[in-house]
Design a protein around this ligand. Structure first.
Ligand code: PHE
Length: 348
């Protein structure tokens, strides 16, 4: 019969078990020793042919060996299981942990201001109308009764594009210098009665400083019907200013000139800083200019081919940056476009 060297087997066992690194290694190890054709079975199978003296000793050694191997297998199994559970635990979410706040975004202060202004006019029955930022000379100037030699048509005051106007091959397209060309589009596309409010970007080649930007925002208003009067214009803008700046705001309509309105006026509000006494913000005048307005000029109705003497209309236009600056005491227009969060997050 085969005589077993248990000392050597035990030594091999310790050496092999130290090299078990994963479940597959462990299974191979288990089969080698405890499997049906494994070493332990082989030892037991040989017992029958062992001598009477040898039998108890081999039997005892075989039992010890079997227990030892089983202990190694159990032990390794436990440690692999614990390890994989630990890894799973790391991946899973601990629902008892306090959550991490996702910081909430907010609309830009200019969007907020535009929304606020538009909402006031929407409540008063105006509809939002939008025109393109790329315009024709006709819509931006000619149809608005701005003469061919008017300085605002100059390249120093308007951005002209290299592209020709498809409807007039002699003229280039331009970036609108005010939202008033949208008046022309609104009237060309709609019959009176008509009440629209036009928010949007406008462009002028100004050098950037604390009060100038080559791009800024305007809101245009236009109301056309058969008997619109100047007192309606005054009433409408008074309601608007009170809603935007508060009931106690003082206003004045100062005569002015715009080619596309007649009569025309500029609207001032009492200075929010000094309440009309005079300070550095209002240039010691006590008043701040906030918008231009007037009654639609008959030449404009003519340009959009409305029937003669049938309609009257009121129009107004305001700069959004200027209004936001006045409302919130912001002293530099560049702050709106630098997107410094420390500035923006103040306007929740
Ligand atoms: N378009 C004028 C401007 O940009 C403002 C305005 C609009 C004035 C409508 C009168 C009527 O200054």
């Amino acid at each position: 019969m085969t005589s077993w060297n248990f000392e050597e087997i035990n030594a091999n066992l310790s050496q092999e078990s130290s090299q078990i690194n994963n479940a597959a290694d462990l299974e191979a190890f288990r089969i080698k020793y405890l499997g049906r054709k494994g070493l332990v079975s082989e030892i037991y199978a040989g017992l029958g042919s062992a001598s009477k003296e040898e039998k108890p000793l081999i039997g005892k050694n075989a039992n010890d060996l079997k227990n030892k191997i089983q202990a190694i297998v159990d032990d390794k199994k436990d440690s692999f299981q614990a390890k994989s559970q630990g890894e799973k635990a790391k991946e899973s979410i601990d629902v008892t942990m306090p959550g991490v706040n996702t910081p909430l975004g907010q609309a830009h202060i200019l969007s907020q201001t535009m929304n606020e202004i538009c909402a006031i006019f929407e409540q008063l029955g105006f509809a939002i109308f939008e025109g393109p930022e790329i315009e024709t000379e006709f819509n931006n100037f000619t149809a608005l009764n701005i003469p061919a030699d008017h300085p605002s048509r100059d390249a120093f005051d308007t951005f002209y594009l290299d592209t020709k106007d498809p409807s007039n091959k002699e003229r280039n397209l331009l970036l609108r210098s005010h939202t008033s060309p949208a008046q022309i589009r609104a009237m060309q596309n709609n019959k009176p009665p008509l009440a629209v409010i036009v928010p949007g970007k406008v462009y002028r080649p100004d050098a950037v400083d604390a009060s100038h930007s080559f791009m800024f925002h305007q809101i245009e208003g236009l109301l056309v019907d058969e008997k619109v009067t100047l007192s309606e214009l005054k009433g409408l803008l008074t309601v608007f200013c009170q809603k935007l700046f508060g009931k106690n705001i003082k206003m004045r309509f100062r005569p002015h000139f715009f080619p596309f309105t007649e009569p025309s006026a500029e609207v001032d509000i009492s200075c929010y800083i000094c309440k009309g006494k005079g300070c550095s913000v209002c240039g010691r005048k006590g008043w701040l200019e906030i918008l231009g307005c007037g009654m639609v000029h008959p030449k404009v109705f003519e340009a959009v081919k409305y029937p003669k003497n049938k309609y009257t209309g009121l129009a107004f236009g305001m700069g959004v940056e200027r209004i936001a600056m006045l409302k919130h005491g912001i002293n530099d227009i560049r702050l709106f476009f630098e997107n410094d969060k420390r500035f923006l997050k103040q306007f929740k």
